[in-house]
Design a protein around this ligand. Sequence first.
Ligand SMILES: Nc1ncnc2c1ncn2[C@@H]1O[C@H](COP(=O)(O)OP(=O)(O)OP(=O)(O)O)[C@@H](O)[C@H]1O
Ligand SMILES: [Mg+2]
Ligand SMILES: [Zn+2]
Length: 462
Amino acid sequence: MSHYQVLARKWRPRDFDSVVGQPHIVRALKNAILKKKFAHAYLLSGTRGVGKTTVARVIAKAIRCPDLSQNGNPCLQCESCLSIEKECTLDVLEIDGASHNGVEHIRELIENVQYLPATGKHKIYIIDEVHMLSKEAFNALLKVLEAPPSHVVFIFATTMPEKILDTVLSRCIRFNFKTITESILVEHLAMIANKEGIRSIDEGALRAIAREAQGSLRDALSLFDQVLSFAIEEDGPLTQEIIYLALGLPAEDTINNILAAVLLCDVKKCSSLLRGLLEKGVNVKRIALSILDQLYQLIQVSAPAPVPNWPFNFGKEILQQVTRAELFWIYEVMVKDFRWSLDALLPEKVTEIALQKICYRRTFFKVDRRELGATATVATEVSPGVSPELSPQVQQQVQAQVVPPQQAVPSQVLLRQRSSSEDLANNFLDHPFIKETEKIFNSKVNRVFVKENSEVIETNRE
Ligand SMILES: Nc1ncnc2c1ncn2[C@@H]1O[C@H](COP(=O)(O)OP(=O)(O)OP(=O)(O)O)[C@@H](O)[C@H]1O
Ligand SMILES: [Mg+2]
Ligand SMILES: [Zn+2]
């Protein structure tokens, strides 16, 4: 029975040219190796799955390859290149710093370092996760780094360079690996899908995987594996829908609909959409992150300039239903409320309540109807943003809170009074319900407050 080889292993680059997203590193290394001016110690740092171990192995091949190509790539045909790929040479030693972190391991290594390579001119030591070495192990390593034998090259890899002693850092040539951009991830996934003969796949679907991978190519390939095994029995193209199901992500359309419901104060719809996603097994944190991400995008495109690509499934008119101050207030409240809702005992329910609170915002504070439409690219006269789905009582309450035009205040004052999210929050705090709650709370703890305050004042005076 043959084993399935995961994509991340199958597609590990064998030479410099197959490494993506790190052109600055590849170029510097190729030049150094071609000119035989490579250093005795390199430190490759960067986040998970961006090519550190891969590049360390390519460096080892290139330094030892007797048949280096003109552009600095190892030949991949010679005995040395092949033995490194099969991991059956004593001249390239790969040490896992996490499990070999004691001083005894490094002492053993130092003894070994003195011996010449069995073949070729150089012996390479790759120490992965080097930040995991103990302090004593680092000190032992420092000794050999100060005066390494000329046939030895050390390559250290780490995700946490800040944990490495400065004395070690200053003896290494350091390369900081970048996280891989979304567009490079998409391109790379498309190339692999094509070479693997995978049936047609939406670009949007690849983008969803890339976004989820957050800059790590290994993560992108592992997620792709996950999607492929999920969709193994399905015919037709791999759509965004399939990707979302396979990865347990909320579909963009549904998040668009939740956002629209929030903007239109549509409590019922907002809750039922959220519950629908939760019933499908979508993680509440993912939902919260996606809502925030889309609201961020909406705020970006709400500037009074033409928007070339409108990224939502609802029209631009929706921006006429909310003031800009409201948008910022919603964003601020979501950021704060999701923090506690996701940490709560019942995060799903508390997140729903947080969204409901935002939907009910116009029953808590006033909205100036003359500011409605101001957020839209083309401002038009519109009615106050009351969702038709709110109950008649709530609608009435909302209408009553909207400032009628005859109570006009000079526009500058109005701007100062109403345009910041802080003002809106203050209006919220002015609400009778909040005041009442505050009064009850204060009556219970007032004495404690007074005592603490006087103590604080006294300390400050000193
Ligand atoms: N820059 C890259 N170009 C092409 N493929 C890459 C790149 N980075 C990662 N990969 C893919 O991801 C896999 C894992 O990469 P690698 O082991 O080099 O990551 P790493 O940076 O060492 O991660 P870790 O910090 O977790 O050890 C590779 O086998 C390869 O398929
Ligand atoms: Mg690694
Ligand atoms: Zn070779």
